[in-house]
Design a protein around this ligand. Structure first.
Ligand SMILES: NC(=O)c1ccc[n+]([C@@H]2O[C@H](COP(=O)([O-])OP(=O)(O)OC[C@H]3O[C@@H](n4cnc5c(N)ncnc54)[C@H](OP(=O)(O)O)[C@@H]3O)[C@@H](O)[C@H]2O)c1
Length: 326
């Protein structure tokens, strides 16, 4: 028996509750993990509240991230007692997820927990930090070095945006943060932003080409913001697009691509191959110190997670929520 959040949907009702569950609710896996920590991403909050159709199979244990200890592994890839980490792969959407004391997973989805990180620290980073690292790696692979120029980070106060700023600053980049919450400028500057701009400068329809400014962009916002970011990227620069906080649309022109040779790189964290995950997590473990992670996260219990999901959707939460399973 173990405790977990169970989400159920009927024609009349959408319900999320902490329940005592039996192991036979866990199916389609070869590796049983005792979860020690999980986290609450925006996607998890959508799944718990039912605000968006994240869950594709009911009933479901939500939670796209988890860290814990292997109990059994029938493939032999991991040994009992190994500490592991999981992000995405449809977990918490079509496969029972991390917001429970146990999870049955495929060993191919798991990576070893980096030795420099505790399970709690890994969940303070979560999919948000891992996706930010993938965006930074994309800029690096495009040859954008710190000396080339300023990097724009949109959705700066969000999970992805905050980690993108912290990582870029640690690597020596000059970061300009775009936000709707300019009153949080001090927080963003403490993370490493050198300048903070109001997101309204980017969120309205703009011209096909604007003054060249950014060497690179990390965008978690989409829509007009992404289009305007492309239009103001320097010749040969790159924009890493990972999110849709403003919208899923892309109402722009091809001008920045065919006249300035800029590259728009799509970043997906969910189905990312294991080698990239291991690289991203090793880099995160080396770059982010314990103090930063402690300050950026708040620990709550599994029973508090459902209320926290509603608060997250209501925009009442700053920083990362880490969920202790015991
Ligand atoms: N591709 C992937 O694999 C992947 C992985 C993780 C997340 N994502 C996506 O990336 C996005 C950000 O995720 P997150 O975890 O950082 O979410 P989050 O913590 O909710 O942050 C989103 C941020 O976007 C900004 N924003 C919100 N509404 C906006 C609007 N209408 N116009 C412009 N900006 C707006 C806000 O930043 P300010 O307050 O600073 O303006 C907000 O804090 C989401 O769309 C998420 O689905 C994708």
């Amino acid at each position: 028996m173990f405790k977990g959040i169970l989400v159920d949907k009927t024609e009349q009702d959408y319900n999320a509750e902490v329940k005592t569950l039996e192991e036979d609710v866990l199916i389609n896996g070869d590796t049983l993990v005792r979860v020690s920590y999980s986290t609450l991403n925006y996607k998890d909050a959508l799944a718990i509240t039912g605000k968006s159709p994240v869950i594709r199979k009911f009933t479901m244990i939500p939670g796209i991230d988890l860290a814990g200890t292997v109990e059994t592994c029938s493939t032999g890839k991991f040994n009992p007692g190994d500490e592991v980490l999981l992000n995405g792969f449809g977990v918490g959407e079509i496969q029972s997820g991390g917001l429970a004391q146990k999870a049955l997973l495929k060993s191919d989805w798991l990576i070893p927990l980096p030795s420099a990180l505790s399970a709690k620290q890994a969940m303070a980073i979560g999919t948000a930090g891992y996706t930010a690292m993938l965006c930074v790696m994309a800029l690096e692979q495009h040859g954008i070095k710190p000396e080339v120029g300023e990097i724009l980070v949109t959705g700066a106060n969000g999970g992805v945006g905050s980690f993108a700023i912290a990582i870029l600053a640690k690597l020596g980049y000059t970061v300009v943060a775009s936000t709707g919450r300019v009153e949080e400028s001090e927080y963003l500057k403490n993370l490493g932003a050198t300048e903070v701009m109001d997101r309204s400068q980017l969120s309205q329809p703009g011209r096909p080409l604007a003054k060249e400014r950014w060497a690179g962009v990390i965008d978690s916002v989409g829509s007009h913001t992404l289009v305007n970011a492309c239009a103001s990227t320097q010749y040969g620069g790159m924009v890493a697009a990972c999110g849709l906080a403003q919208g899923m649309d892309l109402p722009g022109t091809v001008a920045p691509f065919i006249l300035r040779g800029i590259t728009l790189a799509g970043i997906d964290s969910v189905m990312r191959p294991i080698a990239d995950r291991v690289e991203a997590w090793d880099r995160l473990a080396n770059l982010l110190d314990a103090d930063t992670l402690d300050k950026a996260s708040k620990e709550i219990s599994l029973t508090q997670a459902i209320d926290a999901a509603h608060d997250l959707i209501a925009g009442k939460i700053q920083g990362r929520i880490v969920i202790k399973m015991d």
